[in-house]
Design a protein around this ligand. Structure first.
Ligand code: 1GP
Length: 247
């Protein structure tokens, strides 16, 4: 429970958490580690590592190793499948894509990946993963029955089911690079049923204003990926996002 307990402590002390997502397929392991270090200097709380395509094998392992050499914050895997596991990471979002039509993303990949998590020191953090319109690459790869943006009540009942199944975290995903983030109505409806359970929101969050809207509506944690891959000054960008969400 070390990483989960660590994130809880940040929430208790600072109100909200900022997570930096790094896709190993988007740059070299060395560059990934530079981005991670710059993000930590800006105040990010943990580094998520994963992606829908190509984030596996040696490239994934080397990316995790290089990042861990540079930063002290937790590294949390965000696997697109059982191939997205690396024994070098601190934790894994052990997630089920509840609104997938493909059983592989609901439970089979989890079964295939469970032995590695069991044998290694990776801490599993149970999570309900929900993909909302437009869904992006992960929506297509995960064969998600996308939750319509204008149906917050559908997201809420999925989240409630995840909570009743024992998942500690819920992740509302609009898809990496989405034209706009999940709307506040949906975030509020989901957080209302989750209570103390944690809500992560990601996809299309590009600036401090959007980040603030998400946390004001009820997100406990926000994820940014694309905007940091594109930023010229990652530290400044993260600092801007972090100052908008923390107490
Ligand atoms: C994707 O929610 C994350 O899984 C992050 O999305 O790349 O749009 O920040 P962005």
């Amino acid at each position: 429970m070390q990483v989960e307990a660590h994130l809880q402590k940040i929430i208790d002390q600072e109100g909200k958490v900022h997570l930096t997502l790094i896709d190993p397929a988007s740059q070299t392991p060395e560059r990934a580690a530079e981005i991670a270090l710059a993000a930590v200097k800006g105040g990010t709380d943990a580094i998520m590592i994963g992606g829908s395509t190509g984030a596996s094998g040696t490239l994934l392992d080397e990316t995790v190793i290089k990042i861990k050499e540079k930063v002290d914050v937790p590294t949390i895997l965000f696997p697109g499948s059982s191939a997205g596991l690396s024994r070098y990471a601190d934790a894994v979002f052990f997630m089920s894509l509840l609104n997938s039509r493909d059983l592989g993303y609901v439970i089979t990949n989890q079964v295939l990946g469970a032995p590695l998590v069991y044998q290694s020191q990776i801490e599993p953090i149970s999570m309900a993963y929900l993909i909302v319109e437009p869904g992006g690459t992960v929506g297509w790869v995960g064969d998600a029955k996308l939750i319509p943006r204008k149906k917050p009540e559908l997201a809420a009942v999925y989240a409630l089911a995840g909570k009743y199944l024992g998942m500690h975290y819920t992740y509302l995903e609009a898809g990496s690079g989405a034209d706009k983030p999940i709307n506040p109505e949906m975030i509020g409806a989901v957080k209302k049923v989750l209570g103390e359970n944690k809500l992560i929101v990601g996809g299309g969050i590009r600036d401090a204003e959007a980040a603030k809207l998400c946390v004001s509506a009820g997100a406990d944690m926000i994820v940014t990926g694309t905007v940091l891959e594109e930023a010229r000054d990652v530290t400044a960008k993260v600092a801007d996002l972090v100052s908008a969400i923390k107490r």
